[in-house]
Write a protein that binds this ligand. Structure first.
Ligand code: UFG
Length: 344
């Protein structure tokens, strides 16, 4: 019998890639998604890639009764991967209560229902945003948590605390918190990828939209930082490598291999890349010239952050493997596919 995994936000960007990897590894997946930032046809596309159609429930995690219904409809769920959340940093500053409600209440509902239905394993989507600007680079999991720069970042910190406190209280729950660095790229099939609504806020979708002519120019937010070329540095990780980290993390929990009931892992490559380096890597990888200009700094940006992924490498037996060139080519192929399909 295949083990059943509930994936909230499973039609979203990281969620959909993770569902593919879970199914490829023999898990049965039930997706819960309210489609607030994704499309229903992602389920068809996952089926096209894997040959298996995941169960899909159009449910909002804020709705306790509906979510309860999903746990009852699919008895014996072994684990939950909780992606469903609002994630636009700027919007969270404008609409903090929306972010606190969406991101906190969803997790509380999930944890209460896990106890009610005897589900013991949860993987939570956290973020390197919890470190703020680290004092030491690369950043390890034991680095201090800095005061959040935005309500979005604060929800990630509070969510981590909610899980720790719940486990500490004696709930029969084991958790892995994955702190993602900057996920980019798309599935090699170009059937799933990131679909930002409106003007993209993140670097790579803005870059590929500029390269294809939807946007006129990419602005590089700042070239006067204390970095070798003056632009900000991030750890860009291929979304498929990131998705695979969830599969090994779920295996670890279900096989009872954890050292503690709540474990935290950095999920990054261990390499920092500046905005300008990323632009040049894109040009080299695709042969496409990019129109960009240096602009002023963006408020709230961290100067530089990249992961020390050694703990995840050792304990999970997982490593980010894909080169930045292959990753950027996948993002470009996805953009070309969106054009071909008349989506963007
Ligand atoms: N950047 C540009 N031009 C752009 C967009 C971004 O130069 O048009 C720069 C940013 O200034 C930054 C880098 O590219 O230096 C990466 O920016 P992103 O917006 O892609 O990602 P962030 O590192 O800002 O990550 C933030 C939060 C994450 C969150 C993520 C997704 O820190 O926690 O946004 O929204 F998950």
């Amino acid at each position: 019998m295949k083990e059943r995994i509930l994936v909230t936000g499973g039609t979203g960007y990281i969620g959909s890639h993770t569902v593919v990897e879970l199914q490829n590894s023999g898990y049965e997946v039930i997706i819960v998604d309210n489609l607030s930032n994704s499309r229903a046809d992602v389920v068809d596309r996952i089926e096209q890639i894997t040959g298996v159609r995941p169960a899909f429930e159009h449910v909002d995690c804020l709705n306790y009764a509906d979510l309860d219904g999903v746990f009852s409809k699919y008895p014996g769920i072994k684990g939950v991967i909780h992606f469903a959340a609002s994630k636009a940093v700027g919007e969270s500053v404008q609409k903090p209560l929306l972010y606190y409600r969406n991101n906190l209440v969803s997790l509380i509902n999930i944890l209460e229902l896990m106890s009610k239905h005897n589900v013991q394993a949860i993987i939570f989507s956290s973020s390197c945003t919890v470190y703020g600007q680290p004092d030491k680079l690369p950043v390890t999991e034991s680095a201090s948590i800095k005061k959040a720069e935005s309500p979005y970042g604060n929800t990630k910190q509070i969510n981590e605390e909610i899980i720790c406190d719940t486990v500490k209280s004696g709930a029969d729950i084991r958790a892995i918190l994955l702190r993602y660095f900057n996920p980019i790229g798309a599935h090699p099939s170009a059937l799933i990828g990131e679909l930002p609504s409106g003007v993209p806020q993140n670097l790579v979708p803005y870059l590929t939209q500029t390269a294809i002519g939807i946007r006129e120019k990419l602005s590089v937010f700042g070239d006067d930082y204390h970095t070798p070329d003056g632009s900000c540095i991030r750890d860009y990780i291929y979304v498929v490598d990131l998705a695979k980290a969830h599969v090994v993390a779920m295996y670890r929990i279900l096989q009872n291999k954890q050292k503690e009931k709540v474990e935290v892992f950095n999920i990054g490559t261990g390499k920092g890349l500046s905005v300008l380096e990323l632009i040049h890597a894109f040009e080299t990888a695709t042969g496409v010239k990019l129109n960009y200009q240096i602009a002023g700094r963006r408020a709230g940006d961290i100067e530089q952050v990249w992961a020390d992924p050694a703990y995840a490498n050792k304990e999970l037996g997982w490593k980010a493997e894909t080169s930045i060139e292959d990753t950027l080519r996948s993002a470009w192929n996805w953009q070309l596919k969106l054009r071909e399909e008349g989506i963007q």
